[in-house]
Design a protein around this ligand. Sequence first.
Ligand code: CTP
Length: 437
Amino acid sequence: MKQRQVLLGVTGGIAAYKIPLLVREFVKRGTVVRAIMTESAKEFVTPLTLSTLTGAEVVVGTFPSAGSGHAHGTWHIDLARWGDMLIIAPATANVVARLAHGIADDAVSTLALAYRKEILVCPAMDHDMWEHRATQANLSALRECGYEVLPPEVGELASGLTGPGRLPEITRIADAAERILAGSRLDMKGMKLLVTAGPTIEAIDPVRYIGNRSSGKMGFAVASAAARRGAHVTLVAGPVNLRTPRGVARVDVESAAEMDRAVKRLHRRTDGIVMAAAVADFTPVTVSRRKIKKSTVKGGTMELRLRETPDILKSLSTLKPRKPLVGFALETHDETRNAGKKLREKGVDLLVLNNPLRKGSEFGGDTNSVTIFTRGGKPRKLGILPKFGVANALLDRLVRFMAKGGSGGRTSPGTGRKKPAAGRRPGKKSSARRSRR
Ligand code: CTP
């Protein structure tokens, strides 16, 4: 880990006594370390120990004392720009809960909320606390938000009991950090990506609707993976029960028409679009302003007149300037033929085929088994992968496609405008604004 820089956030658990050894291990591997600690961590390890070993001042508490190098109110923003990753070790059950809910009331949780690069959380606690449903739910929420979690080891705990909860061996933490840093790519840095996710729902009356089955997990995984690769991501989401991934700006919509408007509004300011949403194809011709009473429906059969919704993806392929487009195809039969047809007819550059009737691709699951279609290329079937893995495989291809000058002119990351082909005169300057984070 030569010349790597790691921020180490220490919180108040008994395993904090091992952290000086972790600092030593990093230093031995050539890594520059800076430490931040909570007030309660001071009960287990002193700031002096950590500052001596890191050779740098240690930030303690949300309001560092006057005279320290971090005595100004925005230290967490400055520090959030530093280093390649943040490691929180040990992470107590309390800090895990606060991170999961975006609470920033100590130095470590405040920095974590502002940090945009990789964060590795190393929980350590008593096994009853580890196994508690609340802790496990909080850990799932952290993973959903894009945190890496290194599970604790099973062994003897400070309480004298035995079970899961021990902080992993120091070398295991350092190895995990190395793996994350080796795998962390910033190949989408500055790129503006628009991702849609989830279903759309179409109102019948104020209480009823029709819509598609979709958890939104695939689109959220794409948004999360792209943000971790450095992209500025805007996620247009239908009604789903998911947390916004770290570093992603979210726009909530309900109907296909609303999603269409949101996407068209954002189109100019993006470098590429991934349409992972399960957009409803039909919407009621009329929407009753009052609840339709069962008693008004004759003979137990109700007729609903539907009209087609706008095909957002298809219309995007005709918009100028043309942006690299990724579509999804949900097929239950004749998959390859239907997907090939969609690739051509919707004018997309990459198409991800999945079948919810197949093992590993079920609705609401955490895995997907997809085939990626490209124009002129051979379809590539991926095995069953976590949705995050599928997202990265898809982004790999999108990045390659864009690097080759996708959509007839190379899209310049961060500006949303095409680079003119060699020999052509540059056009007018783009007025594209930076997307929100
Ligand atoms: N899509 C869209 N607007 C629609 C319907 C679909 O933008 N009104 C997009 C989806 O986000 C997806 C792709 O088109 O990226 C294919 O969606 P899919 O549901 O598989 O196909 P449909 O176009 O709905 O066609 P069919 O229902 O006949 O399979």
